[in-house]
Write a protein that binds this ligand. Sequence first.
Ligand code: AMP
Length: 281
Amino acid sequence: MDIVRRARAMKEASAAARAQGKIVGFVPTMGALHEGHLSLVRRVKAQADLTVVSIFVNPTQFGPGEDFGRYPRDLPHDADVLAREGVDILFAPEPDEMYPPGAATFVEVAGLSDKLEGKSRPGHFRGVATVVTKLFEIVAPHVAAFGQKDAQQTIVIKTLVRDLLLNVEVLVLPTKREEDGVAMSSRNAFLTSDARRAARAIPRALEAARAALEAGERDAGRILDAAKAVIGGEPLLRIDYVELVDPERLDPVAKAQGDMLLAVAVFAGKTRLIDNIVLRS
Ligand code: AMP
């Protein structure tokens, strides 16, 4: 596996592969890799001739007071893991490579970016949309994979691909969970053992909402109450939001109908976790 630190070198490697008719597959990450990331890598690798994974902890998607400084970073370990997976290129740029001094250009997906995560983390999706646009420009993938774990992010990215006329196929792949149901996340490493145990209530809350729906409940407020009650039963958990929204515009629904996204953000101790499931009635 080649480790590429420079955007120009990455562009050249991708252009050379494309010139030979190779399919370039891409998985953007922030590192601290787990099986969720690797499920994306394996899926892309099955379709691609050149598999590129990026590791870049993107400063512009973190707000003031968030965990940018202490986000887990272990490039040598991640590089070993990716080499074992048969990844061809690990693209790991420094911040000043992605944001040249004076960088003043940002990508904003209006509207969508202000809901759910965007409401709690102003500017987050501007950072995400900007870095993904840059990464797509540098890596020039035919296909790129993202996790349903970050459901809103997948919608923001599909929208920017459509709006900016980018030639990238966006794959959205299922959330990988630990055996106890907790969604895999690099941030799980921050959890104390008590908070990690409490976090089990998050997937249970999602399932409680599903059970309410399946029992015939159609009132969104009461479906949400079923989820909130489970989370509320854990003193170490604090709800940021629990919302039932339509899966395209992410607007709250009052009555359960068709496909819906149940999305939650919960503090477990000091660590903010997100999770979601798609519901159908
Ligand atoms: P991150 O490193 O957290 O920015 O995540 C990189 C990619 O991996 C994103 O597309 C995430 O949605 C995806 N991802 C993160 N956690 C999981 C998971 N538990 N299952 C599947 N994909 C995931």
